[in-house]
Each structure stands twice: as C-alpha cells, then as structure tokens.
Ligand binder design. Structure first.
Ligand code: BDP
Length: 648
C-alpha cells in the first residue's frame, strides 16, 4: 500500500484549505512503543522585566536556567499561579520559563530505528520549546496537545542527558481562543509607568503553566500516525469503519483485530481502510441507560514494513465503542433511543493546582458524577485532558466537547485572523477526540456575541468546517442570546441555551422562573424546530449560608432556583427539551470582582468537592430521570437499586 494516500482527515482538510501535520494519537505503551513521563519538579522563572522579553534577549534557553538567574521549583502538571505565596506571580501576565533535564535510555539515543517524540499535553497559552537550546516546537492554544520529533537531536552524538526548555505566555489577544485584551493604564497619577492589565470576557481564572502531563515516547521510524474510527449499527451487527495513516515508509502491511472485553477476536481486517462487522455487537451505552453501559472493544492495529535495516513492526491499541448518534426535530438519539442529558457543566479547577491535571481529583469527580446519577457533562469552556475523555468512555458519561471559544464578544474577534485560528483549533480538537464514543456533539463556542453582524458568517463557517471534519456528530454552540437576535442558531443541530432567571435579573423572584423559561423554550422551538438543551442554569450559594424563606447566596435559594427550573423542564422534556446541565458541578476560581466571592459559587459541590443542599436535590432528580428513561427496565432495576437513593 502507498502511504501517500491520505487515509484519515487529510483529504477533507486539504479540501478545506487547511491541514494539520500528522495525527495526535494518545501515547500508549505497546510492544513497539515506550513512554517516559516528565511529571514532577521543573525549574521555573517568570520574566518580570518591563517588556517581558529579557528571556529572549538573554537567550535563557541556551544554558541551564539556573545560570541566567534565580529559579523556583515548579510542579508539573499544575498551574503556576497558586503554588507559591507571591501575589505578583499569581496575577502574572507574560512569559514564564520551565526547564527540566531528562536522561533518556541509551537505546533511544543510539538506535536510529527509534523515533523519539516530546509531547506536551497542554501549555497555556502560547508555547515555544527547545531541546538542548535548539528550537523544536511552537504552539498556540492552551488546551490541546502538541508534539515535536526530537529523534535527530537526541541521536546526533554522545548524550548523557537532554535539557527541555519551555517558554509559555498566557497573554490573550482579540485573536486568541479564548480572546482577551491587554489594557495599558497610562494615567501617571494613578498607575506606575508601563502598567497594564489583562482583560477577558469569560468567568474563570486564566490559570497558566504546564497543565497536563509532559512526556517523551518512542515509536519505530515507520509508524502508525493516526487512526480514525466511526461506528454504525445494522440490526444486531456493529459496523466499525477504520482508516489508518502511516508515516515513514511507502510500503507496508496493516492488520487490524477487534477484540472484545474477554480478549476474543470478533472481527479482523487488513489494509489502511475498511469496515469490520461485529455480529451481536455489544453497543456502547451511556451510564444508566443500559445494564452494561460503556462497553469498549479494543482495536489492535499491527503495522509491518521492510526497511533497509530489516523488518519493522508497530503496534497500537485503540479503545472503540460501537454506538450511533442522531438528532431529529425533537430528539437526541443514541443507538436509536431518545437520550436525555441530565448532568453538569464542569471546569478544570481546584485548590492550589489550578487547572493542573490530577488523578485523585479526577477520580473524585467521576465518583461524584456517578453518585449524582449524572449521565453527561459539557467540557465548559475548553477541551479537557485526554485522560478525562478516556474515563468518560469507560464510565459511559456522555460529553459535549467544547472548544475554547468562550467570551468572543469583541467585533475584532470576528475577523479573518480569528476565524482561521478557530478553524485550526476545531481541527486540533476533532483530531484529538474523534475516536471517543463518549463524545456525542461538538460545541464550537460559549455565549459569543452571536447577534453581531459578522457572527453569522463566522459561525456558519466554523460549524460547516467542523461538520466536514467529522460528519458523524452534531455540532452546536452555546448561546445566551435572544432567539430572534441569534445569527448562529440557523447552523446548529441542537439549540443549547443558557439562562439565569431570578439570578442576573428579577433578583430573588423565584416566582417568574417557570413562566420565563417556558416562553423561552417555545420561542426557540417554534423558530428553529430543533431539540433544545438547557445548557446552563443555576444560582450561587455559599456553602453553609442558610436562609428560609430563601435569599440569594443561601443554599436554600440555590435549591429553590433549581426546583423552579425543573418544573418548567418537566413540562417540555417529553416534547423537545432533550437535556439539562446545571451550572456548575463545583465552585471555581474567577477573576476578582465585587460580583465574585473568592470565585464563582454556583457549584452544587464546593471547590473541595463537598455537597451543598442542591447536590442532594439533583441526585434525587437524576436518579428519577434515569429510572424513567431506562430501556431495559427489568435488567436495569437491580443494578440501579445498588446505587439509587430510591426504591423503584
Ligand atoms: C454564564 C457563562 C459561565 C459563567 C456563568 C455565571 O457561560 O461561564 O460562569 O454565566 O455567571 O453565562 O456564573
């Protein structure tokens, strides 16, 4: 087979005039692949110079960082902001420098048949990477992985260790995603010379640093670069369409095996693309929708090629869930059955580590989701770590996968430069997450100023591009506009709408919620004939504040707002409302303002993941909803009884 044939996203991307270089398969160990994690302590320095450019002027990447000035120890993964006691570092805007020495196994540096790749899970926001002082990568965007092939560098001579330097800039501009602006304050009576602040239009703290795992991994020099899997169902037969892209050699053989959870081969094929048929397939069902949710097969891909040095093999195993997704005027269907989203919006956010990836925190969050009876969440307002998506696949938690397109409210952010970047980000997101069965819809943005004139063309283009990249999933963006003013709504598959009745207006007036919400639902559905998700609603409560009758910021008020929403949702959910996602799963950090009390307190859990009264209310509701929407009632009963707070 000829490797020049693009077997993955390639043709579509070329057709659209854009193309990412290569795939972004999650680095998994296999008989042909090894990994070395670089998590732990790195050396760190923020460039506090006036123009924030001293690091480049003095070329801090050329020699060990400790030689150009004092350094701090900085944990990776973590945001740098909340680790120390320095207020200036917490609020720092500009370049920070990370460095780590790493000793690579001798074989990696001596075997020319080994390809050595440096992979950065995320670096917020703009990153430049050097290895031993040599520039190897640059990446824009704080929430998606990027890589550099460093084989040549580490294999070019005797090497005892290699030095990785990463400069990261958290500055946001009108053309970044999310956008932001730098405001220079020039009044000498009020601000010192050169004073500036970063302004943003989103409601979470702009944490920065190396937020996700950094690692070095290997593949052979002829390697499986990308795999795309889409699935279908024909009666009882599961259909798995695969496309495999190989790099490094023109001539090779590919074999694929689909294994069930017992390790039995249920289908096999050869070549770079094909369809596997699985008789009596176990479908991937969401949590609480089936007695065996989240069934995952393993797709084992085996590559063999002849090189001058002899035969080469590469192996990669991809988890695969067989399921279908479809949208009608009234319904969201998974495996042909109506699916009702009852879940949450989240943030990657916690004490001290900020947006830093943390396994214990992640497992705690998933155990709370399951306790709650939540079957879905939205990755508000940016792509989450790959490990999060993997757990969603494993536990059957359905995901609306959102881009970092949050706070797009300035007219400057609707020009061509922003649009091109948004298209690229959607490419990176689809490339990374396309194979996750848990992902059932893409969200290209949250609450953009979609009433501005250029927003119509902008969202039409971003949505069309996303659909071309992945025709297998619906696309949306999340709005808080009025239905008449929304220029993006004609292009989405599902209307996702946020509202804060009796919170941001009609303060304290719980009695207006039902009427206002019912009117809104009617208007949207009459105008667009599309299913609707209440993609955000909620109220702030400071844990431990109690008032009865309910008063804003008390736990009772938060609960009462939710109850009123639920009454209106119940009137429409059997009709065209297909989901409800509370804002928010947990309290989270924001910028400082008189509207925020050490962050946003709309969590149903505290930032430390302890329940407020609203969590118990939602738990009761979600388990009831699950009970109503189960499709295999008798089989489900016994399973749900184990966890449910109710007797069915
Ligand atoms: C919504 C935003 C969300 C905010 C929330 C709030 O989408 O990011 O945190 O409001 O104000 O409009 O709590």
């Amino acid at each position: 087979m000829h490797a020049g044939v693009w077997a993955t996203l390639g043709p579509l991307l070329w057709a659209c005039g854009l193309a990412l270089q290569g795939g972004m398969l999650y680095p998994r160990e296999s008989p042909s692949r090894e990994r070395k994690e670089l998590d732990g302590l790195w050396s760190f320095r923020a460039d506090f110079s006036e123009n924030r450019h001293q690091g480049f002027e003095q070329q801090w990447y050329r020699t060990p960082l400790r030689e150009s000035g004092p350094t701090l120890d900085m944990p990776v993964p973590s945001s740098f902001n909340d680790v120390g006691q320095d207020r200036q570092l917490r609020n720092f805007v500009g370049w920070v420098w990370y460095e780590r020495e790493v000793t690579l196994p001798q074989r990696w540096t001596q075997d020319l048949g080994t390809r050595v790749v440096l992979r950065i899970g995320s670096a917020h926001y703009y990153a430049i990477v050097w290895v031993n002082g040599v520039h190897v990568a640059e990446h824009e965007g704080g929430h998606l992985p990027f890589e550099a092939d460093i084989s040549k560098l580490v294999q070019s001579g005797p090497l005892s260790s290699c030095r990785i330097t990463i400069a990261i800039n958290n500055t946001l501009t009108p053309h970044t995603l999310p956008p932001g602006t730098i405001l220079h304050k020039t009044d000498p009576n009020m601000y010192p010379k050169g004073y500036f602040v970063q302004n943003t239009n989103f409601d979470f703290f702009n944490y920065a640093g190396l937020h996700r795992p950094v690692l070095v991994y290997t593949t052979p020099t002829t390697y499986i670069d990308d795999i795309t899997v889409t699935t279908g169902v024909d009666q009882d037969t599961g259909l798995v369409d695969y496309q495999i892209f190989v790099q490094g050699n023109e001539y090779f053989q590919l074999e694929v095996f689909l294994l069930d959870q017992e390790g039995k081969v249920v289908a096999q094929g050869t070549g770079g693309r094909g369809q596997l048929q699985v008789p009596n397939a176990h479908l991937w069902w969401p949590y609480l929708m089936h007695e065996h949710p989240a069934y995952l097969y393993s797709l084992e891909v085996r590559l063999t090629a002849q090189t001058a040095a002899g035969a080469v093999s590469d192996f990669y195993t991809l988890p695969v869930g067989i399921r279908t997704v479809a949208v009608t005027e009234h319904q969201f269907l998974i495996n042909g059955k109506p699916f009702y989203f009852h879940g949450v919006n989240k943030h990657e956010d916690a004490d001290i580590r900020g947006k830093g990836f943390d396994w214990p925190l992640l497992l705690k969050d998933f155990s709370l989701l399951r306790w709650l009876g939540a079957n879905a969440f939205r990755t508000s307002h940016y792509p989450y770590a790959e490990e999060v998506m993997q757990l969603c696949d494993r536990y059957g938690i359905v995901v609306i996968d959102e881009s970092p397109g949050v706070g797009i409210v300035l007219v400057e952010s609707y020009g061509n430069e922003s649009l091109q970047h948004h298209l690229e980000v959607m490419e990176e997101l689809v490339r990374r997450d396309k194979n996750h069965p848990a992902v059932v819809m893409w969200s290209v943005a949250n609450e953009p100023a979609s009433f501005l004139k250029p927003a119509g063309y902008y969202f039409k283009t971003v949505i069309a591009h996303t659909k071309a990249l992945d025709p297998s999933r619906p696309v949306t963006f999340v709005t808080n506009s009025n239905y008449e003013a929304d220029l993006g709504a004609p292009y989405v598959d599902v209307i996702c709408v946020n509202s804060y009745y009796s919170w941001y207006h009609d303060y304290g007036h719980l009695e207006v919620i039902q009427l206002q919400l019912a009117t809104e639902f009617e208007n949207w559905h009459r105008t667009y004939q599309k299913p609707i998700i209440q993609s955000e609603y909620g109220a702030a409560a400071i844990a431990g504040f109690h008032q009865d009758p309910p008063v804003m910021f008390s736990e009772e008020y938060q609960k009462a707002v939710l109850e009123q929403y639920h009454l209106a949702l119940d009137q429409r959910r059997k009709d065209y409302v297909v989901g409800e996602l509370v804002w928010n799963f947990a309290d989270f950090m924001t910028n400082q303002s008189p509207q925020r009390v050490i962050g946003n307190k709309k969590g149903i859990f505290t930032r430390q993941r302890q329940p407020k009264a609203a969590a118990f209310l939602l738990r009761e509701r979600y388990w009831k909803l699950a009970n109503e929407t189960m499709y295999h009632q008798s089989a489900m009963k016994s399973r749900c009884l184990e966890n449910s707070p109710f007797n069915f």
